[in-house]
Design a protein around this ligand. Structure first.
Ligand SMILES: Cc1ncc(COP(=O)(O)O)c(C=O)c1O
Length: 442
């Protein structure tokens, strides 16, 4: 299997073609919204660290100082049969922010571990209630919930990440997702019966409610570029879950902490889940951290939660998270995400006049531009001629950074963005699209 490829660094890159990119882009520092690479070039980051993790921007000294202070005081102690004071304090702060009665946090190190924790909560909840066969998890087509084996098993796409790891964990089922631009049922919202929600009940009944533990969903989906469900979707899902004693797991790993213009994405839909998972903007990426938060009525069924991570509730991460949330509140970043998001969306909507721009959509500071070969039929480009890949390259050449998602590009900057940054971004994105249209000869 030797490929003869030239490996120039000693770090194994994540999910990147080694043969095509032996010299990966290497970042050195950041300030505010901008990052500088190892060649000294500075970029406007429209992807909040590439993974939409950074809410408060680069170079926040007060977060670094809190981490330093905590590392000096008590840098670590096991979460297994003790608490640390920083975790206790942060869990209380977090529970104040949470919707409804979500108030019991289990801390981990990232989003995949948070999702894994949610599945364990759901399965053990039923185990302890004497319902050990109520273990199946329902996810959705094109969902992404992370890469640990449980989380990967909930990935709803025939993606290489998943394919190479078969066999995955048994007991995962899938329903179609809400995607009004490309309705999986060929309908046209609002002239539909929100079939995408109704199919959940059908699947639960087909499997038998006595076998289904939980339904997991991101409030807004990433694959295809910021896919927003219709307003009726989550209230219907909540009702179906309630009716069949199925826990609703809300994956807020991207949407949590202001990204969509509300503290949590699910708040746009007025429902309270049974378990919420979070990571990324929880610490703005200053240190790895994730959490699964549930209700006393769920955790109250447990004599013991059989789960453990050496670094869960790490005191340094908890201090970073506390200061990060303080900054989000003090600087009104959730409101800024809403206001700047509207301004950004207005600017990008103008780009729908270009022949390859099928739809521009967005909510808060999470926006997507979906490209099509034919606007009327919404036909996609052939897989090996994906304009989104070339457009993100052109954007980078022009001094900004964003990521592709299928045949779309995604825009999700840190929540500190201003109007002048947005004007600069829209100009760059438009230039890149115009060049692509010329390249395609359309
Ligand atoms: C919705 C969602 N859930 C879970 C994860 C997994 O998070 P992590 O990469 O921190 O493990 C991600 C990562 O992008 C995500 O977008």
């Amino acid at each position: 299997m030797a490929s003869g490829k030239r490996l120039t660094r000693h770090v194994v890159p994540h999910n990147t073609n080694l043969a095509e990119e032996p010299d990966l882009w290497t970042l050195v520092e950041g300030r505010g919204l901008r990052v500088t690479d190892s060649t000294g070039r500075t970029y406007l980051d429209l992807a909040a660290g590439g993974t939409r993790a950074n809410a408060v921007g680069w170079g926040r000294e007060e977060i670094a100082e809190a981490m330093y202070d905590q590392a000096k005081k008590l840098h670590y102690f096991t979460p297994a049969d003790s608490h640390n004071a920083a975790a206790v304090k942060f869990a209380a702060i977090l529970s104040e922010l949470m919707p409804g009665d979500l108030s019991m946090a289990f801390f981990v190190c990232d989003g995949s571990e948070a999702v894994e924790t949610a599945f364990k909560l759901a399965k053990q909840y039923n185990y302890y209630r004497g319902l050990p066969r109520k273990y199946k998890i329902i996810s959705r087509r094109d969902a992404y919930h992370g890469t640990t084996m449980g989380a990967l098993s909930a990935m709803g796409a025939n993606h290489p990440l998943r394919r190479v790891m078969d066999p995955l964990v048994p007991g995962y089922l899938f329903v179609e997702r809400p995607y009004c631009y490309r309705c999986p049922y060929g309908k046209d919202y609002p002239n539909c019966d929100i079939d995408c929600a109704q199919v959940l009940e059908k699947l639960i009944l087909d499997e038998g409610p006595e076998q289904v533990a939980a339904f997991i969903a991101e409030p807004i989906m990433q694959m295809g570029g910021c896919v927003i469900p219709p307003p009726e979707y989550f209230p219907m899902i909540r009702e179906i879950c309630e009716k069949h004693d199925v826990l609703l797991i809300d994956d807020e790993v991207i949407t949590g902490f202001g990204r969509t213009g509300k503290m949590f994405g699910i708040e746009h839909f007025g429902v309270v889940p049974d378990i919420m998972v979070m990571a990324k903007q929880l610490t703005s990426g200053y240190v790895p951290m994730g959490a699964a938060v549930t209700k006393p009525s769920v955790i109250g069924e447990f004599p013991v939660f059989r789960h453990i991570h050496t670094y869960g509730g790490h005191p340094v991460a908890c201090r970073a998270a506390a200061v990060n949330l303080e900054i989000i509140k003090r600087e009104g970043l959730v409101e800024n995400a809403r206001e700047m998001g509207e301004y950004f969306l207005d600017g990008l909507k103008e780009l729908e006049r270009h022949p390859i721009v099928g739809e521009v959509r967005g909510i808060g500071l999470w926006l997507g531009i979906e490209f099509v070969q034919d606007k009327k039929t919404k036909a996609r480009f052939p897989e090996d001629n994906n304009p989104a890949l070339r457009i993100v390259k052109r954007i980078r050449e022009k001094g900004a950074f964003c990521r592709p998602s299928m045949q779309s590009i995604e825009i999700a900057p840190a929540l500190i963005i201003t109007r002048s940054d947005i004007d600069e971004a829209v100009k760059i994105i438009e230039e890149a699209i115009v060049e692509e249209v010329q390249f395609l000869g359309m």
